[in-house]
Write a protein that binds this ligand. Structure first.
Ligand SMILES: [Zn+2]
Length: 176
């Protein structure tokens, strides 16, 4: 099972069923599934922006309405890193600590491992309890993830690039 971010990052597939948040010059846009129009929001009209209690959502007070942005929305992690510093109630410290706490993923190469699981490819990070041989584990996981590209005769990039506001690990290695 390949997660939505993985599909989006590695296969550039259309993911119509997913809400997508993008940063634009004066604010952000939200493209929800089955809505014909992209909605644009200006920072100047945002009254407040804060995390939900479990930090899985951001609640935006906008022109008398509430907009909920979830961490399952594409672009969410990039969004939370780009909230203007003028929103004093926003928990910038949490964002900084969260991004700082992430570790590189040996499988996809993006720095997105949180609590032993990669946010992007959803692999469990290697440890000697799940497999005694690190390279064998990474090789088998990588071949699972890239099977579709290999089948289609597409080239797999040997160097990983930053995606969705996450850093890339320059020491990442493709074992295929
Ligand atoms: Zn990964």
């Amino acid at each position: 099972m390949i997660g939505y971010l993985m599909r989006n990052v590695f296969y550039k597939k259309q993911t119509f069923e997913l809400t997508r948040i993008s940063l634009v010059e004066y604010g952000f846009s939200v493209n929800r599934p089955f809505e014909a129009k992209l909605k644009l929001y200006h920072w100047k009209d945002v009254r407040s922006i804060r995390f939900s209690d479990n930090y899985n959502e951001v609640i935006v007070e906008y022109l008398g309405r509430q907009i909920i942005l979830r961490n399952s929305n594409i672009g969410w992690y990039e969004f939370i890193q780009n909230v203007p510093s003028t929103f004093e109630n926003f928990d910038f410290k949490y964002v900084a600590e969260f991004i700082d706490s992430l570790k590189p993923c040996g499988v996809c190469g993006i720095v997105t491992v949180r609590e032993q699981t990669c946010i992007v490819c959803e692999t469990i990070a290697w440890n000697d309890e799940i497999h005694k041989d690190k390279v064998a584990y990474l090789t088998s996981k990588q071949s699972e993830f890239y099977a579709e590209l290999v089948k289609d005769g597409k080239e797999i990039k040997k160097i990983v690039e930053p995606e969705h506001g996450f850093k890339a690990d320059s020491n990442w290695k493709l074992y295929l």
